[in-house]
Ligand binder design. Structure first.
Ligand code: BTN
Length: 236
């Protein structure tokens, strides 16, 4: 990967999309601070100086149906780098990196992933994996329900952290079969009572597994439902 560093930028994903549109690949956009960080579902993403705000531009030879594996790979890579930094990082389906609080499924969010892509039905043209990690941030500077590497385990060397994250991401994108097994090992959602909000309506039940394409399998009162995308909440 080649790295483009910004002390301050609107959104690394926006800059990465621009580069992707110009034909770039295997470029990483990294920033100390974002002034217009974006989260999933059109939410804002607070990204002050001290975090790890990074977007990876790739041009994978896959169909859009397999793209969720890239997002899962990014969350596995992020959780792995965080674990090496001493944080008990786990993954909430599909791709939030969280730290458990107690042992009934409660958690605080450490990192989030926003994947964006362009392509046709049979092939992806480019894919941008945007990864935001609350790294060296004070607990009181974080949104509600969030935590940071600093709060959990003390400051991390951000260069080293990004290097490990990219090494792991690179490994998994070259071995997509390994992504779901690794994800399962880190999953906090499996075994939880969940509610998943999706366009086709909500699904409530026990999360029992993920499929090989990364969809969540939920055991409901009316049988098993496989959910490929949605907002997942752990219930008590
Ligand atoms: C989420 O909603 O959980 C996803 C958050 C993704 C934030 C990252 S920070 C780097 C990249 N640039 C952005 O504007 N968003 C992503």
């Amino acid at each position: 990967f080649s790295i483009e560093y910004h002390d301050s930028v609107g959104s690394t994903n926006d800059r990465a999309r621009e580069l992707a549109g110009e034909g770039a690949t295997d470029v990483v956009v990294l920033a100390n601070e974002q002034t217009g960080g974006r989260g999933r579902l059109d939410r804002e993403w607070a990204a002050p100086a001290g975090g790890v705000w990074v977007s990876v531009v790739t041009r994978p030879a896959i169909t859009p149906a397999r793209a969720p594996l890239y997002t899962l790979a990014a969350s596995v890579a992020t959780a792995t780098a965080a674990r090496e930094a001493g944080v008990d990082a786990r993954i909430k389906w599909p791709n939030d990196v969280v730290v458990p609080v107690g042992d009934d499924g409660d958690y605080r969010k450490l990192a989030g992933i926003l994947t964006e892509m362009e392509g046709q039905t049979d092939r992806v043209d480019w894919l941008v994996a945007g990864i935001g990690v609350n790294a060296n941030l004070d607990a009181d500077a974080l949104p509600e329900g969030a935590t940071s590497v600093r709060a959990e385990a003390g400051d991390v060397d951000r260069r080293r952290f990004v290097q490990r994250l990219l090494e792991e991401f690179d490994r998994y994108r070259g071995d997509l079969e390994a992504v779901v097994p690794a994800w399962r090992e880190l999953a906090l959602t499996i075994g939880q009572h969940v509610r998943v909000d999706r366009p086709a309506g909500e699904v409530v039940g026990e999360a029992i597994d993920v499929t090989e394409s990364g969809a969540l399998v939920v055991e409901t009162d009316d049988g098993r439902v496989t959910v490929s995308a949605g907002d997942c909440e752990h219930l008590r």
